[in-house]
Design a protein around this ligand. Structure first.
Ligand SMILES: CC(C)(COP(=O)(O)OP(=O)(O)OC[C@H]1O[C@@H](n2cnc3c(N)ncnc32)[C@H](O)[C@@H]1OP(=O)(O)O)[C@@H](O)C(=O)NCCC(=O)NCCS
Length: 220
């Protein structure tokens, strides 16, 4: 597992306007502002490390954007309460937390998702994939199907996080039609409450690097 390789690959894809930070899951409560502590008052060890590492990276990302130190408590809809003028996204999975952040003038939508680079369990395929996406995967070499399914999963999670601040709308996996290509994806959201507030198609990227599979989306 190589956190710096992951950060470098994400940074290359997101471009210079986006701050990308990644770290192993070594955060502790000492990294939190008092206002952030209530969110993990009853958290078990794993969740505590994920949350604290994510918040530490988020604080650093805001500093890189030239903003003063700011507490980022969890909102009722579970996303962090980012300061006005900032778009950002957090993801964590085994061994790593990632934060991406930008000024609103430099991004209209911003999302990231990181997963362990392993096949998506087959019983989850029909939850995540539309019939057309399933057909696309079935046409691929059998040795690639599990990873392609994981790439769909990660891209949809990334897209969900990117669209949420604009639409404040919950999406099911089946609300999104994804077209996956080598290293890129395009998503079309069908749920009207979200679709009417977004461009008709959202484009992003996906990478396999350092032991993880990650998806990213930045709409300039
Ligand atoms: C948010 C979600 C997409 C990913 O959460 P996860 O599986 O724990 O995975 P990640 O670690 O990658 O992301 C968690 C982070 O997402 C962020 N997040 C949570 N809710 C969010 C929202 N509504 N919008 C944007 N970001 C959100 C938080 O920063 C959270 O980390 P934190 O609690 O430490 O701050 C998932 O939990 C969720 O809410 N799913 C429901 C919607 C969905 O998945 N639909 C299918 C895809 S279209």
């Amino acid at each position: 597992m190589n956190v710096q390789q992951l950060a470098a690959a994400l940074s290359a894809h997101f471009g210079p306007k986006v701050v990308v930070l990644a770290s192993g899951l070594d955060g502790t409560v000492a990294d939190l502002f008092p206002e952030e502590r209530a969110s993990v008052a009853h958290a078990k060890e794993k969740r505590l490390a994920e949350f604290c590492t994510g918040r530490r990276l988020a604080h650093q990302a805001l500093e890189r954007l030239g903003l003063p130190p700011t507490a980022l408590p969890m909102r009722e809809d579970r996303r962090p309460a980012w300061p006005e003028g900032v778009l950002a996204s957090i993801s964590h999975t085994k061994g790593v937390a990632v934060v991406v952040a930008a000024h609103k003038g430099d991004a209209e939508l911003l999302g990231v998702d990181v997963e362990l680079d392993q096949d998506l369990a087959e019983h989850i395929h029909r939850v995540v994939l539309t019939p057309e996406e399933q057909a696309f995967i079935n046409a691929a070499d059998p040795s690639r199907r599990g990873r392609l399914a994981l790439a769909h999963f990660s891209a949809k999670e990334c897209l969900y996080k990117a669209q949420y601040p604009v639409t404040e709308t919950f999406l099911e996996f089946q609300d999104v039609d994804l077209t996956l290509r080598d290293a890129e994806f395009s998503g079309v959201i069908h749920k009207p409450a979200a679709a009417q507030k977004l461009p008709p198609r959202l484009d992003g990227f996906w990478v396999q690097v350092g032991g993880w599979l990650a998806a990213g989306l930045r709409k300039p």
